[in-house]
Design a protein around this ligand. Structure first.
Ligand SMILES: Nc1ncnc2c1ncn2[C@@H]1O[C@H](COP(=O)(O)OP(=O)(O)OP(=O)(O)O)[C@@H](O)[C@H]1O
Ligand SMILES: [Mg+2]
Length: 386
């Protein structure tokens, strides 16, 4: 079946060759990004499975908040930040392996602290309530941690392929901005600003902290006041020795993402907002010189008889009804007409992306009748992608 992207406007995107991408030993990292709920996690897991089963690669999938049933079917029951081998898949013929892990943001943050300071200092930081709050609530932390974990997996060099899922960001761009944002925050200037009034006794830092994090309401401030100041000073002092480390790691992450061995796949649903978001993301990747491999249009609709137009079907249904025939046939014709109109709309929406980025290879995946929550379902998605 021809890829539907853009055919209504005569814009035909090249086909994204997923199997060629997954089989290529030079492909080391695949990042699945896109706006919320479009199928990033599903696509990442399906790609990982296919890389292992069909292409025999030793693959690890880093998933973020997978749906519970999907996590269970992949054997992901513990949030321990360690890749676990996925059992019950069919890799006998190819010798591949699939490992999977769910990201635990707090634990990843802790690991970074441990890697950058002495055990005593680390213990002080962990005990600090401000650290505890920040490591799980600061906006962008999850995005940053996903990239941090990617850096760790990459540096160990034990994987043929790392497939990375990205967090359900408010905007797809958050994920690219997070490393820089967090390292800016941890950069001396802002922290010095926070710290300076504390040294001179206090109040202004308090309001700054509150404004920055929104962690405490006014009434709570009164109660927590002095303790929070102590906590924050302790936190900042303890982090002091680590600024360089964080900044450097954010830079390294950018280099990994720009590496030609990395491939970005933008996942989008054939809906206006998701496609618009996908276009922003594509622009951004191009601007940052990050390797955009293609667009995955997920949950598209198809019909076996697309040549039977909505108009002709509706005319036929109307004719039957006019003749007093309200049979199943007339209903079926109406349903078919509705489906064809939906497909036309999806094709039109997808065409807006293809028009702006005619060279970006695209593949579409049909909407399955039910959610994808087990290995069989992932295998089907993988086959549809290829
Ligand atoms: N092609 C498909 N057909 C049917 N259901 C699908 C398809 N792709 C994904 N789904 C279902 O859609 C839901 C959302 O998918 P998924 O969790 O992969 O999206 P996501 O982009 O990771 O979301 P979030 O932004 O919240 O992380 C899941 O229930 C999944 O099973
Ligand atoms: Mg997800």
């Amino acid at each position: 079946m021809p890829d539907p992207t853009g055919y209504a406007r005569g814009v035909t995107a090249p086909r994204l060759e997923i199997d060629a991408l997954l089989a290529d030993p030079a492909t080391k990292i695949v990042v699945c990004c896109g706006s919320g709920g479009v199928g990033k996690t599903t696509t990442a897991a399906a790609l990982g499975l296919r890389a292992a089963e069909v292409h025999g690669r030793r693959t690890v999938v880093l998933t973020i908040d997978p749906a519970r049933r999907l996590a269970q079917s992949m054997g992901l029951t513990e949030l321990d930040n360690t890749p676990r081998q996925v059992k019950g898949i069919d890799t006998e013929a190819t010798g591949g392996e699939l490992h999977a892990m769910m990201l635990d943001m707090k634990r990843t943050f802790d690991e970074v602290v441990q890697a950058h300071t002495t055990p005593e200092r680390a213990a002080e930081i962990f005990a600090n309530p401000f650290y505890q709050a920040m490591s799980s609530t600061f906006a962008g932390t999850q995005e940053y941690m996903a990239m941090e974990k990617l850096g760790q997996l990459r540096s160990r060099d034990e994987w043929d392929l790392i497939v990375v899922d990205t967090p359900p960001s408010r905007s797809a761009l958050d994920f690219l901005d997070a490393p820089a944002r967090l390292s800016r925050f941890l950069d001396g200037r802002m922290l010095r600003m926070l710290l300076a009034p504390a040294r001179s006794g206090g109040r202004s830092m308090f309001s700054l902290v509150t404004a920055s994090f929104g962690l405490f309401s006014r009434s709570v401030q009164k109660i927590l006041g002095a303790q929070l100041l102590t906590d924050l000073s302790g936190f900042v002092a303890a982090l002091d020795s680590m600024f360089g480390g964080f900044r450097q790691r954010a830079d390294e992450t950018y280099r990994i993402l720009q590496d030609p061995q990395t491939s970005f796949l933008i996942v989008a649903a054939p809906e206006r907002d998701a496609v618009r978001e996908a276009a922003y993301f594509a622009e951004r990747l191009v601007a940052e010189r990050m390797p955009l491999a293609g667009l995955v249009l997920n949950r598209v609709h198809r019909s076996e008889v697309e040549s039977l137009t909505a108009e002709r079907t509706e005319v036929a249904a109307a004719a039957l009804e006019a003749a007093g025939d309200h049979s199943v046939t007339a209903d079926a014709l109406r349903v078919h007409a509705g489906l064809i109109r939906l497909i036309e709309r999806e094709v039109r929406v997808a065409g807006t992306f293809a028009e702006s980025f005619p060279a970006v290879p695209t593949v579409s995946v049909t909407a399955q009748p039910a959610d994808v929550h087990d290995v069989d379902g992932l295998r089907m998605i993988g086959a549809a992608l290829s």
